[in-house]
Design a protein around this ligand. Structure first.
Ligand code: HEM
Length: 499
């Protein structure tokens, strides 16, 4: 046995310990399916099988564990201490190799880039998520939520498929807030965009499950053509949005200049808002980003912004249907703080809904939209637990398992929003709950996401009671880029009696 390299795993450099003790004293090594270590453990697995494999392994290993894959050690994190060590390490900001599989779609936008490029883009985009801007976006969330509920205006009772309806709502919302474009007359393109993204997710899993496809050359030669039209479709959609916004913005600036009084700054106009995309277009005029860069960030924001919140809402409404007592508490709170005609729904009023906040948080604990995050070491890295990770080690943070780790959560599989009341979380490890990640590369859109999700919940629950139509025990979960179910998630809406 070679002590520096795992020879059968394509000469993967071994993980060591500071003390020189065997690594197993700190992290167990998962048994492999073939003689090539863990390189082919998920070979040929589909979305559902990968999900099951990861859960089974978490149950068997019970603690953060090591694997040796195709040319790389893999450190799998299942607990909050290790989560903290990785997310707080300034040197661990480079995303893992699997994020490369997203690059044909997202190129190197904020999610996938690293180092200088990531720093400068993060600085450029952060102000667009400022509190004042979010409170303007709240008007759009509210209008879109009301539009969503109006679909059922004639119904006193109706069964709906959340998996089909919610993503349309979240895509509309991101396009209007971040891009300044209403999708109303582009609904069909919107649907096609979402279909294309499902294809991209298929492509992603194909590559995750076959280490030979980790090499771009092999992927390009044998597989890329199958997915080319999906990538093209996604880019065409975002290009159309950028082109539309450029025209609108030009027009808007001209109008503002015409109406401007001498001491007025046209960029600070309280009545009319600018979209996030405008910030990028202005940065382009200052030479800080080019058209290609704008496309990267638009693709990233659209993808991150519609899919994640839609998963949060789908599971949120499902949880409301399955937990009538929790739904009742949400409704009671709404009755107290939200006017029947919804006229006072704004950021300030939403912040008073303390139980709703716990409800959404508990939903994201059990069903985190991003169930896995991953990084890689770019140099030898020592962790606080005494492991020395060689360069190119893949660090996989299993958010799904950390959120259900019995070490951090009592009755981890039960839905209990009360866990998030201040008196109940004092003793909990902060990093046991990381739906939006943490540290430097945390989610830039977390406040935006919470506002959007709460607004639709408020508008819907105010008018309808949500009853169950599915049993999550029968769900087949999928590991995609985000958390998915094979089954459509459905609920029954029953109109509330107006008092
Ligand atoms: C419930 C909704 C959401 C969840 C659970 C979520 C979760 C996350 C997580 C876990 C990350 C870190 C990913 C990683 O390290 O690989 C992330 C990053 C990111 N998210 Fe979100 N997100 C949500 C909504 C949004 C929204 C609405 C936007 C934009 C409008 C957004 C934009 C981003 C961006 C740009 C990044 C990359 C940030 C960086 O690396 O600097 N997210 N998100």
């Amino acid at each position: 046995k070679n002590k520096d390299y795992n020879v059968l795993c394509f000469f993967t450099k071994r993980v060591k310990t500071v003390s020189g003790a065997p690594v197993e004293t700190i992290a167990p090594i998962a048994p492999g399916r073939t003689i090539f270590g863990n390189a082919f453990d998920v070979y040929g697995f589909d979305h559902a099988a990968i999900f099951q494999h990861q859960r089974k392994r978490a149950k068997e290993m019970r603690t953060s564990y090591l694997e040796y894959g195709m040319g790389a050690a893999v450190y799998n994190i299942l607990d909050a201490d290790n989560m903290e060590a990785v997310l707080n390490d300034q040197n661990l900001i480079t995303k893992s190799i699997v994020y490369n599989f997203l690059k044909p779609a997202l190129r190197t936008g904020l999610l996938t880039s690293t180092d200088k490029k990531w720093h400068s883009r993060r600085k450029m985009i952060t102000p667009t998520f400022h509190f004042n801007i979010l409170s303007q976006f709240e008007e759009i969330f509210k209008a879109e939520s009301i539009k969503f509920v109006q679909q059922f205006a004639k119904d006193t009772e109706i069964d709906i498929s959340l998996s089909e309806l919610i993503p349309r709502f979240t895509l509309n919302s991101i396009c209007e807030t971040a891009m300044g474009i209403k999708l109303d007359d582009m609904a069909e393109q919107g649907d096609r965009y979402r279909d294309n993204f499902s294809m991209i997710e298929k492509c992603f899993i194909r590559r995750v499950s076959n280490p030979l496809l980790w090499f771009d050359k092999i992927y390009n030669m044998f597989v890329a053509s199958e997915f080319e039209s999906a990538f093209r479709g996604v880019h065409e959609f975002s290009s159309e949005i950028i082109a539309k916004r450029r025209t609108l913005l030009e027009h808007e600036i001209k109008t503002r200049m015409d109406q401007q009084t001498p001491d007025e700054d046209i960029y600070i106009n309280k009545k009319q808002r600018f979209a996030m995309l405008d910030t990028l277009i202005f940065a382009e005029q200052d030479g800080l980003i080019d058209h290609r860069g704008i496309c990267e960030e638009v693709d990233t924001l659209m993808f991150e912004g519609f899919d994640t919140t839609s998963i949060g809402l789908i599971f949120g409404l499902m949880n409301a249907s399955l937990n009538p007592e929790a739904q009742r508490k949400c409704y009671e709170e709404l009755s107290e703080h939200i006017a029947d005609d919804l006229s006072n729904v704004d950021v300030n009023q939403l912040s008073k809904l303390k139980y709703m906040d716990c409800f959404v948080k508990e939903t994201m604990r059990l069903f985190p939209s991003v169930p896995i995050m991953a990084r890689q070491t770019v140099r030898e890295t020592q962790l606080s637990n005494g492991l020395i990770l060689p360069p190119y080690t893949q660090i996989v943070m299993h958010v799904f398992d950390v959120h259900r780790n019995p070490k951090h959560w009592s009755h981890p599989d039960e839905f209990q929003p009360e866990r998030f009341l201040p008196e109940n979380y004092q003793d909990r490890h902060t990093y046991a709950y990381v739906p939006f990640s943490a540290g430097q590369r945390n989610c830039i859109g977390q406040k935006y996401a919470m506002l959007e999700m709460k607004t639709l919940l408020v508008v819907l629950l105010k008018q309808f009671e949500v009853l169950p139509l599915v049993d999550p025990k029968e769900f087949v979960f999928h590991t995609g880029i985000t958390l998915r179910t094979k089954n459509n998630v459905k609920v029954k809406l029953v109109r509330r009696q107006q008092n």
